[in-house]
Write a protein that binds this ligand. Structure first.
Ligand code: MRU
Length: 356
């Protein structure tokens, strides 16, 4: 296969090409293809089609994307620049609705422009460049810190179940839910990881298991409906999942199927941990029912990955990309500033104050 996937940046700015550099995740694990994207339509499409995916990675891609848009803006003064910048910002923000990291990163980029009202476009471009790289670099530190806190909750040799991919491929490095495993490996620890395949887009089978095998981790892929049996066998000591948006009360939106895993974990008395950078906690949303859930095309369920269509033409399809896990099913939310436990509204407030 050549280069190990873990040595390749999931998302980066190519300074020479003035391009967003990503691994095309729709082709993994069979083909490792690097894309260099410069046009806004291509960056939008890459996010929508999940060529780059996972909440933190989407945020970083959007930050770099809007910086690239700023390079193309033809405006002589601040007002002209801001009008065009805002259009580009809003366009990228509309590529996917559930992961709050997308608008969080774009808001940070926009704030740079707003805080420097009146500055000439050349200066604004320079500042935007700095902010995009900061967002990217901070992601590595945030994930590493989540990994440290997560590692404190498990012990060497434990079996861990994860859903979707919240690993390095979903971030700049380390991942969130898989960060404890990556960090543990660096320290000579061994975990046994069970990856739910994660229908319909197979992020678990294609991405998490690829990432874990590449890291030399004892990895087992299971169909989503096998999790109960694996838990019943006593093989899972903890579940670790990522998230796309956490409401103030701790309800957490993550890849479709996550809430089912949490319900099973409760049944078998297994701790269920949600790993969330504080950028994924949205205190403006009180409860999970207010989180917008992306719905995707029918074909993802009826034909993608099959040799031929597997459902009759004309059948109705329901294809939500995410679901919300109720806060009372979540043992703890692991952030870069520490482990938040119920009641979440209070513990999140404390967590945020550590970061300020
Ligand atoms: O549709 P995807 O593949 O972007 O969904 C990704 C997830 O649900 C991840 O678990 C989440 O974004 C957290 S990534 C650290």
């Amino acid at each position: 296969m050549g280069e190990n996937i873990l040595s390749i940046d999931t998302v980066a700015l190519d300074e020479e090409k003035k391009a967003l550099k990503i691994i095309d995740q729709t082709k993994l694990p069979g083909t490792v293809e690097i894309l260099y994207l410069t046009k806004q339509e291509d960056i939008f499409e890459a996010i929508y089609l999940l060529r780059v995916r996972g909440a933190p990675a989407i945020g970083v891609a959007a930050a770099i994307g809007v910086y690239l848009a700023a390079l193309e803006i033809d405006a002589g003064d601040y007002d002209g620049f801001y009008a065009k910048f805002k259009k580009a910002r809003d366009y990228l923000d509309s590529s996917r609705p559930t992961a709050v990291n997308l608008s969080w990163a774009l808001n940070r980029m926009e704030k740079v422009v707003l805080d420097n009202k009146g500055a000439p476009p050349a200066k604004l471009r320079e500042l935007l460049h700095g902010e995009a790289l900061r967002i990217r670099d901070e992601d590595v530190q945030v994930c590493k810190s989540i990994g440290e806190y997560g590692l404190g909750l498990i012990k060497d040799g434990d079996g861990i179940l994860t859903h979707c991919n919240a690993g390095q491929l979903a971030t700049v490095n380390y991942g969130t839910a898989l960060a404890p495993v990556h960090l543990g490996r660096e320290r000579g620890m061994n975990f046994r990881v069970f990856c739910d395949e994660t229908r319909p887009l197979l992020q678990g089978a294609r991405l998490s298991s690829f990432e874990m095998v590449s890291a030399g981790v004892d990895t087992t892929v299971i169909c989503d409906n096998m999790a109960s049996q694996v838990m019943k066998n006593g093989w899972v000591k903890a579940c670790f999942v990522g998230c796309d948006r956490v409401a103030a009360n701790g309800d957490a939106a993550n890849k479709i199927g996550t809430s089912g895993v949490a319900i099973l974990a409760k049944h078998y008395d297994i701790p269920f941990y949600v790993c969330a950078p504080t950028s994924t906690i949205d205190m403006s949303i009180k409860e999970g029912k207010d989180i917008v859930i992306e719905e995707r095309k029918d074909e993802e369920v009826t034909e993608m990955w099959y040799k031929e269509r597997m459902a009759p033409k004309g059948v109705k399809v329901f294809n939500p990309a995410f679901d919300v896990t109720d806060h009372d099913l979540i043992t703890a939310v692991i952030t870069e500033y520490g482990v938040a436990r119920p009641p979440y509204t209070e513990s999140f407030t404390k967590i945020f104050s550590r970061g300020s």
